[in-house]
Every structure is written in structure tokens, then in C-alpha cells.
Design a protein around this ligand. Structure first.
Ligand code: UDP
Length: 158
């Protein structure tokens, strides 16, 4: 049989998912990763690191005029984060559903923020808000290891 080759014109959709310092500090790394794994998306990059101030300011650049911006940058740079790239058709919108609304008090039960958080300034996890931002954010983190070939076992139809 001929191998199935992905179309060159349609790059696979990627979402940049980051477990924020509160999630790491509270021991929720396994819980968050488990939810994405159980959903069936493909993990193609992962690292733990301390986000430098300049990168945090770039990452949240769209929010630089909001009053909470300085505190947001302080928080994101306050401890290690876990950065991941998850791949699959529709992963950006689906990840946003799994994560839930920005304010954990408004997020539905069953979502990560709804189940695990209390405050919008400590909301456990970040997820890209569009496929374009997914590519931008995963690119800026240099997360995907060259030549790494992760086999998909969670969802053989994808
Ligand atoms: N944030 C905050 N206070 C606010 C709104 C947002 O601290 O009133 C933080 C929060 O951590 C949020 C991040 O800023 O996750 C980015 O805000 P955005 O509106 O993009 O929310 P998200 O896409 O993360 O749900």
C-alpha cells in the first residue's frame, strides 16, 4: 500500500498550551496533560522553563494596554511553566472548550478552569485563541524538536 502523506498545502493545526506557574506549583501538570491525552490530540512538543520577561510581554502583547498587564507578566514569570504543542484538526477551538472561560468562577464544571481554579489571575492554563496564534506561539517557543516522530496511538483515525 502507498503511504498516506499529509497534504503540503494544509499544515496540521497546532495549539500552544501552557501550564501556568500556579498549575505547576499546585501539582496539576499530570491532570492537565491527561485531559488532552484522553481527548485524543497528539502531543508534539513539551518543555518546562522559566519564561523571561521580554518573551512574556511579547506573548501577551495584545493585552499590553489592559490594567492587569503588569501583574499578568509578574505572574507568568514568577515560576516555571510547562509549554506544550498539541496537534490535530480543530485542536485550537477544542482546547479552548477543554480549558473553559477565562474566569474560573464562570467556567463550566468539566473544564480545566471550572474544575481546578478560583481566580482569573490564577487560571492554571493558557491555550491559543486562533489557529494563526497557535502557529505564532508554537514558533516563538521553539518547542517542536526537529526530527521527532511521535506516533499517534490515541486516535488512529486522525
Ligand atoms: N487576565 C487577568 N485578569 C483579567 C483578564 C485576564 O489576569 O481581568 C489574565 C488571565 O490569566 C488570562 C490572561 O490574562 O488567562 C489572558 O487574557 P485573555 O482575555 O486572553 O484570556 P484567555 O484567552 O487566557 O482565556
Amino acid at each position: 500500500d502507498a503511504p498516506v502523506v499529509a497534504s503540503a498545502s494544509a499544515p496540521v493545526e497546532k495549539s500552544y498550551i501552557m501550564i501556568k506557574p500556579d498549575g505547576v506549583q499546585r501539582g496539576l501538570v499530570g491532570e492537565v496533560i491527561g485531559r488532552f491525552e484522553r481527548k485524543g490530540f497528539k502531543l508534539v512538543g513539551l518543555k518546562m522553563f522559566r519564561c523571561p520577561r521580554q518573551l512574556a510581554e511579547e506573548h501577551y502583547g495584545e493585552l499590553k494596554d489592559r490594567p492587569f498587564f503588569p501583574k499578568l507578566v509578574d505572574y507568568i514569570t514568577s515560576g516555571p511553566v510547562v509549554c506544550m504543542v498539541w496537534e490535530g484538526d480543530g485542536v485550537v477551538a477544542s482546547a479552548r472548550k477543554l480549558i473553559g472561560k477565562t474566569d474560573p468562577l464562570e467556567a463550566d464544571p468539566g473544564t480545566i478552569r471550572g474544575d481546578l481554579g478560583l481566580h482569573k489571575g490564577r487560571n492554571v492554563v493558557h491555550g491559543s485563541d486562533s489557529p494563526e496564534n497557535g502557529l505564532r506561539e508554537t514558533g516563538e517557543e521553539e518547542l517542536i524538536t526537529e526530527g521527532m516522530n511521535v506516533s499517534v496511538t490515541a486516535n488512529p483515525l486522525r
